[in-house]
Design a protein around this ligand. Structure first.
Ligand code: ATP
Ligand code: MG
Length: 280
């Protein structure tokens, strides 16, 4: 699905000038592959390169060195770029910046009419997308009347309408309050059952990615480690180095297991609460 080979990336071409002395690449020698249908998380400190890599995946940016292959096509190849951009869609953190229509329907229609869909198909697709994300709003509703959580559902609907093969959520929940965040995650889980998609999830909230297939830990523009949550959560020194903090219930579960308490490796917060309430 995605194959990144030896990618180094600078926003500005590096040169030998004094002003650029010590100028470091935003990403250096990054190689990784993501399989179709995988759910992966990009984790790491602010500025570690997560968003930059996601922009390289759909060709918004091109690598300074190395190659980015998406669906077997190279982003550096101009002829493939349009298909790649369509196949890899990104939802960003600020809903205000990604809405282009006055109404819900116009917003979803925008991308579809850009790629030449006929009007009657667009109308059907709008209904499909609104239902898929469970947006409780008809298509004539002004976007400005939506809550933050509803706006993010609309952003999700608008990109899903374009039939992406890969979806990147770049801190898509970071501006939502806890209740809206929970609802958005529920929506996403439901969407993934009905519309299987490769999911790249960027977040500072690890509770949102405990059931990911793999985590990639970013550190200073490099991938410090990649593995399943079950593998990486045990390496507390590595997590700390990468500025990544496990949810409290996972930290507690790991400690209990360390003390010989038989706690399942997949235990979630609610199960742990139940277990602790039962114990004397
Ligand atoms: N458009 C840009 N032009 C120049 N430098 C940029 C640009 N965007 C990001 N950078 C720099 O690239 C580096 C990596 O930034 P990036 O946004 O990829 O990190 P991130 O891991 O997504 O961080 P965060 O968790 O804060 O979103 C940082 O040093 C940042 O200042
Ligand atoms: Mg970012």
């Amino acid at each position: 699905m995605i194959d990144i080979r030896d990618v180094t990336f600078y926003y500005y071409e590096p040169d030998e000038s004094e002003a650029n002395a010590g100028h470091r690449p935003v990403l250096s020698n990054v190689s990784l592959s993501i399989e179709p249908g995988e759910f992966v998380a990009f984790l790491g400190r602010n500025g570690s390169g997560k968003s930059s890599l996601s922009r390289l995946l759909n060709g918004i940016e091109l690598p300074t060195q190395g190659t980015v292959l998406t669906l077997g096509r190279m982003t550096a190849n101009r002829n493939d770029l349009q298909d790649i951009r369509r196949a890899v869609q990104i939802v960003f953190q600020n809903p205000e910046n990604q809405q282009v229509g006055i109404t819900v329907g116009e917003d979803i229609a925008f991308g579809l009419s850009n790629i030449g869909w006929p009007q009657e198909d667009i109308t059907r697709r709008i209904t499909w997308a609104i239902e898929l994300v469970g947006l409780d709003a008809d298509e004539d509703r002004p976007v400005t009347h939506l809550s933050g959580g509803e706006k993010q559902k609309l952003a999700l609907a608008a990109v899903l309408a374009l039939s992406p093969r890969c979806l990147i959520l770049d801190e898509a929940t970071s501006m939502l309050d806890p209740a809206a965040r929970r609802q958005f995650i529920e929506t996403l889980n439901k969407v993934r059952k009905e519309y299987p998609v490769t999911l790249i999830y960027i977040t500072h909230h690890l509770e949102e990615v405990m059931d990911a297939d793999r985590w990639f830990l970013f550190q200073g523009g490099k991938i410090a480690a990649a593995g399943t949550p079950a593998e990486l959560e045990l390496d507390s020194a590595l997590l700390k180095e990468c500025g990544v903090e496990l949810p409290y219930y996972r930290q507690l579960a790991i400690q209990l297991r360390g003390h010989g308490v038989p706690v399942s490796a997949k235990l979630n917060g609610e199960e742990l609460r139940g277990l602790l309430c039962k114990s004397d």
